[in-house]
Ligand binder design. Structure first.
Ligand code: AMP
Length: 399
């Protein structure tokens, strides 16, 4: 299938061609026709499948056809489409995608998120903005301040719905939905379809078409996962060794705590490896600067806590390292989804010590297979990590 069969306008097709997108990904070929036919949608799709374009492209197409071609002006403080996302980083990225795809269209958009002065965002809304990409808290705040009104809105997207719920945004989301016109098109995207996500979909989305994109076989094959078992005290030395011997150009390194992140950066530094860290203890400004430098390749190794790293989109990320295994299996799936995106190949490497055995069992049970183990003679292990029993849940513990 090619993009030209998807009933997208010439301007969008030209832009996609310039971006080098040859054909739609699975989620794009399924979702775009549904959205263009004005139906509601819930879609199970992970980051890295091309899901952003799967809703942004038809949104742009509809706004262009309905309003721009008819020269219908937007009133002040009004918006036409709202995209709710869990983090400010994701808000910025989705907005960047919109700007990229709307290059040849006269559609306006903005990212709206907390932690920064709200005045410039208010200012931006004064003449109305076609598409707002927002985190729930700041959006609600702006609505309370009457800096924006939803009476002209006709499209809602809930992106990474599972993440928004994990981050405790449910009350804010409900309050926002109450304020939206009933007559609207609603879309929900989520990597996982938990009961909570389904309950949200039931409330917010009327008679949706449901689509699922199984983690694409081709992209799956391109993410090589392996792990090294290691004694806890040897972790940072092992990581330095891997960086120095495995020829990794860039890696996003996940760690549990912000204290741990700072410590690891200094341990790497002592071994001659320059790294940076992002975590909740750093200001938004610094986080954005570091992310920009990481994306441009200026920073090669970025240590990030799970929360700070949510929503990071780096097109060519070749390596994701779990310095600490995440407590939640979904987080593991999300993390490895950050590499090997849209056709690029990638490696996801985990450092696993004995006290991570439960997490490892849960992850491997979900994957349905054991992750390949590699050994490094320089790092013999004293506390061996047993091989997981798939589908095994310890009797005395809830998994
Ligand atoms: P997403 O899943 O939305 O985070 O997208 C993952 C990456 O795939 C982004 O960097 C997009 O620019 C890229 N991408 C999306 N759609 C396509 C496509 N049809 N062909 C090639 N790359 C794409």
């Amino acid at each position: 299938m090619s993009f030209s069969t998807l009933k997208l306008s010439r301007q969008i097709l030209t832009t996609l061609n310039e971006l080098g997108y040859e054909k739609p990904t699975a989620i794009q070929s399924k979702a775009i026709p549904v959205v263009l036919s004005e139906r509601n949608l819930i879609a199970a799709a992970q980051t890295g499948t091309g899901k952003t374009a799967s809703f942004v492209l038809p949104l742009l197409e509809q706004i262009n056809n309905r309003y721009k071609k008819q020269h219908k002006k937007l009133r002040g403080k009004r918006i036409r489409a709202l995209i709710l996302v869990p983090t400010r980083e994701l808000a910025v990225q989705v907005n960047e995608s919109i700007e990229q795809y709307a290059k040849q269209l006269e559609i306006t958009s903005m990212a709206m998120y907390g932690g920064v002065d709200s005045q410039p965002q208010k200012q931006r809304l004064i003449w109305g903005v076609d598409i707002v990409v927002a985190t729930p808290g700041r959006l609600l705040d702006m609505a309370h301040k009457r800096a924006l009104h939803f009476d002209e809105l006709d499209m809602l997207v809930l992106d990474e719905a599972d993440r928004m719920l994990d981050m405790g945004f449910i009350d804010d989301i409900n309050k926002i939905i109450e304020r939206l016109p009933d007559e609207r098109q609603s879309l929900l995207f989520s990597a996982t379809m938990s009961q909570d996500v389904r309950a949200l979909a039931k409330r917010a989305i009327y008679k949706p078409v449901e689509i699922t994109v199984a983690a694409d076989k081709t992209s799956k094959a391109k993410i090589e996962q392996w792990l090294v078992t290691v004694d806890k005290s040897n972790k940072s030395a092992l990581l330095s060794h891997l960086i120095q011997t495995q020829n990794w150009q860039q890696a996003l390194i996940f760690i549990e705590t912000k204290h741990g992140a700072a410590k690891l950066v200094s341990q790497l530094d002592k071994r001659g490896i320059s790294a940076e860290s992002i975590h909740s203890g750093r200001t938004q400004e610094i986080r954005e600067k570091i992310l920009g430098d990481f994306k441009s390749g200026k920073i090669r190794f970025l240590v990030a806590t799970g929360i700070a790293a949510r929503g990071i989109d780096i097109g060519e990320l070749s390596h994701v390292i779990n310095y600490d295994l995440p407590a939640q299996v979904d987080d593991y799936i999300h993390r490895i989804g950050r590499t090997g995106r849209a056709g690029a190949s990638g490696e996801a490497v985990s450092l696993v010590s004995k006290d991570n055995f439960r997490e490892l069992c849960a992850i491997e049970s979900r994957l349905g297979h054991i992750i390949e183990r590699k050994e490094f003679a320089e790092f013999p292990v004293k506390k061996t990590v047993p091989v997981s029993i798939l589908n095994y849940v310890p009797k005395n513990k809830r998994s």
